[in-house]
Design a protein around this ligand. Structure first.
Ligand code: P6P
Length: 344
């Protein structure tokens, strides 16, 4: 930390991580992984802010495993994230929204953490310069899934990688996101609450600006894509209708269409973000591993809740890497109110 001219301490992300390591909250290896992720986010922030200038808007001309047309920045952001994690030497296995299967990292020589990430979520907003974000989750290495590159056949390696990443969010050591918006804000938890760091372009460092974020216990903002209303089940429609009753006053609707932006606002202002299952997407749209679980970990660390409508998201054990689940996340009272409606 350095003293500001007005006497206030500047706490950088690097300094904060070193303090967590000094206090025994995290070990040196995890510090290095988190630093490599913050470097990837700085690079992606720069790419996103110059997308239109450097001809990085538009489609890459390929589709990902989800069958979604990849944007150029999806592909570049995935490379940036993967390269930063590989060069950390502490990442054993990575799983990305943009990759068909999880991969073992040969450069890993210590730590061997498992990292899951969505390198650029909400990228359909890039061409309109609407906020986007990167999301990550970190698990401790699974001793049974250590890859032996000399002896393990590729199929054995792949099986170990899938097992290593398909863990319930309850096992997360850390999760976080970086939002690329009017500010670039890196938000994370290592299990001792949620902290936000704003990128100061003058020094190229993330500086602590949100010390121990607490989601308000309730909040009159709901964030759903109501264009799907007619596809929802009746109990959900009843819940949605209840938010619009004028007495005492209706909720406000806020929907960016970018999970990181909608979630960050919910963390700070309260309310509820939801992406329900519907007739078109019977298990919802968002992915458990690198969207719903990391965000639910943060929500709980900030005193809120993350549910699939019937159970805690962090209790769900993934069967598949790209498994989708419904997500309702935000203020404790708002999520509990929704769960009550869905129970009928
Ligand atoms: P819809 C973006 O594609 C995303 O994965 C999330 O960032 C966002 O919250 C959601 O999908 C938006 O989906 O169907 O409302 O456009």
């Amino acid at each position: 930390t350095q003293k500001k001219s007005n006497g206030y301490e500047i706490v950088t992300l690097t300094g904060w991580l070193l303090r967590q390591e000094q206090d025994g909250v995290i070990d040196g290896e995890l510090t290095i992984v988190l630093n490599s992720i913050s470097l990837a986010c700085k690079q992606i922030a720069s790419l996103v802010q110059r997308a239109g200038i450097s001809n990085l808007t538009g489609l890459a001309g390929a589709a990902n495993v989800q069958g979604e047309d990849q944007k150029k920045l999806d592909v570049v952001s995935n490379d940036v994230f993967s390269n930063c994690l590989r060069s950390s030497g502490r990442t054993g296995i990575i799983a990305s929204e943009e990759e068909d299967t999880p991969v073992a990292v040969e450069e890993s020589y210590s730590g061997h953490y498992t990292v899951v990430f969505d390198p650029l979520d909400g990228s359909s907003n890039i061409d309109a310069a609407v906020s986007t974000g990167s999301i990550f989750g970190i698990y401790k290495p699974d001793e049974n899934c250590m890859i032996n590159f000399e002896e393990d056949e590729l199929t054995a390696q792949e099986a170990k990688c899938v097992t290593a990443v398909c863990q319930p969010g309850e096992n997360l050591l850390s999760s976080g996101y970086c939002m690329y918006s009017s500010s670039v804000i890196f938000v994370l938890s290592v299990g001792t609450g949620v902290y936000g760091f704003t990128l100061d372009p003058l020094i190229g460092e993330f500086v602590l600006t949100h010390d121990k974020i607490q989601i308000p216990k309730s909040g009159k903002i709901y964030s759903f894509n109501e264009g799907n209303y007619q596809l929802w089940d009746d109990k959900l429609k009843s819940y949605m209708d209840s938010l619009k009753q004028p007495d005492p006053k209706p909720y406000s609707a806020r929907y960016i269409g970018s999970l990181v932006g909608d979630f960050h606002r919910t963390m700070l202002y309260g309310g509820i973000y939801g992406y329900p299952a519907d007739k078109k997407s019977p298990t919802g749209k968002l992915r458990l591993l690198y969207e719903c679980a990391p965000m639910s970990f943060l929500a709980e660390q900030a005193g809120g809740k993350g549910s699939d409508g019937t159970q805690r998201v962090l209790d769900i054990h993934p069967d598949k890497v790209h498994q989708r689940v419904p997500l309702y996340v935000g203020s404790q009272e708002e999520v509990e109110k929704l769960e009550k409606y869905l129970r009928g």
